[in-house]
Design a protein around this ligand. Structure first.
Ligand code: 4NP
Length: 162
């Protein structure tokens, strides 16, 4: 992802349903930014509307809780055109999500759009596997990878937060 010194950093994470991966990414980045004493706008959304209004999947809540992060208060929503103006960075959890994001992108949207794992050296171009049809191990693996990637994102975007 290309950095053009965003003036008011704001990050939106996007997966398919907004009940597993992007809520974990939202919680992980918020925790990382809080540790640095930085308060920026962070949110998550789905490309699909299946789960709008639902809290995160209990397995995602449990995986985050083991990592010391509470994501139980989140509610799913679908990405909307205004997100491409409100956020400086719209970050996809996998390549299919990236295509889904682009299908919602208005012509004049200003957000930089890219993959979460592009921020994690060695994982560029890859996606976080969807744990929805897996079990505890898949959710733990997703949490671990998301945490590493959001920490890398945090380190790189921190200079632009204010
Ligand atoms: P997420 O996982 O995109 O990481 O929230 C999924 C959640 C729901 C479904 C698929 C993936 N679903 O098909 O309902």
């Amino acid at each position: 992802m290309n950095l053009n010194a965003p003036s008011q950093l704001a990050v939106l994470f996007v997966c398919l349903g907004n009940i597993c991966r992007s809520p974990m990414a939202e919680g992980a980045l918020r925790a990382a930014m809080e540790r640095l004493g930085v308060d920026i706008m962070i949110d998550s959304a789905g490309t699909a509307a299946y789960h709008v209004g639902s809290p995160p999947d209990p397995r995602a809540i449990a995986a985050a809780k083991i990592g010391g992060v509470n994501i139980a208060g989140q509610f799913a929503r679908q990405i909307e055109a205004a997100d491409f103006h409100r956020f400086t960075h719209v970050v996809a959890l996998d390549k299919a999500n990236l295509e889904g994001i682009r299908s919602h992108q208005p012509r004049n949207g200003t957000a930089q759009i890219g993959l979460l794992l592009d921020w994690l050296p060695g994982y560029e171009g890859q996606g976080v596997a969807d744990p929805y049809y897996g079990g505890e191990a898949e959710f733990a693996a997703a949490w671990s990878l998301i945490t590493r990637a959001t920490q890398a994102l945090c380190r790189q975007l921190y200079p632009f937060a204010r």
